[in-house]
Write a protein that binds this ligand. Structure first.
Ligand code: FPP
Length: 281
């Protein structure tokens, strides 16, 4: 930096100390002006509580890279990712978001080294053990979406118990996607509807967009309004393919273990500034 700047409340109280005399003052000012404008914008924009997204989905990415930056093994990144999960859940509950869906393990993640997969499974069990009572106390309903039959018996059992304990809660719905793929979700819905037709319970003509949507793992929940992905990647990676049809997308370079209230807030503000037209003019 050529200038050291300090923003004191408003633009008329800016103080600088020039740390280099090698460039003309106008050049330094031209460099610093966009930074000042960004700061002023950031300070003045507030979240509109009447326009919150109902359903936020997050692709939690970058645990491995974060761990590498710290000179640690990948699992250290996942362990620290749990802290960011906890923060995101309290943020969503506090700001009256109705549904929060987190992508914890995709159908494709089985191709990771066996040691990482089993460490992740152990982490899910540990997190369920330590967090479920707190979720219940906070009136949060936990739902695991994905093909849970492929998970080990211990984890399946804990999932069933956690879902049962929190089933009647009326606050935030927390979906954790484990062994999930958007293509799997669509195929399982098609299979269940086809079985219904075969059993004579429904007529093919009764399969509407609405019925199809209710047969997805997210059932009666609203469609995703805001999809966030951390770590700078800009892909959907087989997450909630049907449910994100009209979602606003927000990509941030922040790695998942560093995701905090400020970044969540930034995503909500960006969402509120979008002009959502749903295909209209
Ligand atoms: C992606 O980062 C992260 C995952 C595949 C696992 C997500 C798991 C957690 C956040 C911890 C536990 C979650 C719950 C719900 C208890 P990556 O490993 O792909 O990172 P990289 O792209 O930097 O390699």
């Amino acid at each position: 930096m050529i200038l050291k700047g300090r923003l004191k409340g408003n633009s008329s109280q800016l103080w600088f100390s020039r740390i280099s005399q090698k460039t003309p003052l106008w050049y330094d000012c031209a460099l610093i002006t966009p930074i000042i404008i960004d700061n002023i914008k950031r300070i003045s924009v507030k979240v509109d509580p009447t326009n919150m997204p109902q359903h936020v989905a997050i692709i939690m990415d970058g645990n491995g890279r974060w761990a590498k930056q710290q000179g640690k093994l990948r699992i250290f990144g996942h362990q620290n990712g749990v802290r960011a999960v906890r923060n995101a859940v309290s943020f969503a509950a506090k700001h009256q978001i109705k549904v929060l869906t987190l992508y914890a393990f995709s159908s494709e993640n089985w191709s990771r080294p066996e040691s990482e997969v089993s460490a992740l499974m152990a982490l899910f069990i540990k997190a369920l053990d330590s967090e479920v009572k707190k979720l219940h106390k906070n009136n949060i309903r936990l739902k695991i979406i994905g093909n849970i039959h492929a998970l080990n018996d211990n984890l399946q059992q804990r999932i069933i118990e956690a879902e049962k304990l929190t089933a009647q809660n009326s606050g935030l719905i927390l979906n954790i996607a484990v062994n999930y793929g958007g293509d799997w979700d669509i195929v399982q819905a098609v299979q269940r509807l086809a079985q219904g037709v075969k059993a004579g319970q429904i007529e093919p003509e009764q399969i509407t967009k609405h019925l199809f949507q209710q047969t997805l793992s997210t059932e009666e929940q609203p469609q995703v309004d805001l999809l966030i992905r951390t770590s700078g990647e800009q892909r959907i990676s087989n997450f909630l393919l049907w449910q994100i049809a009209y979602a606003e997308l927000f990509f941030t370079p922040i790695l998942w273990p560093e995701f905090n209230d400020d970044v969540f807030m930034e995503a909500i503000i960006a969402y509120q500034q979008r002009d959502r037209r749903f295909g209209g003019s």
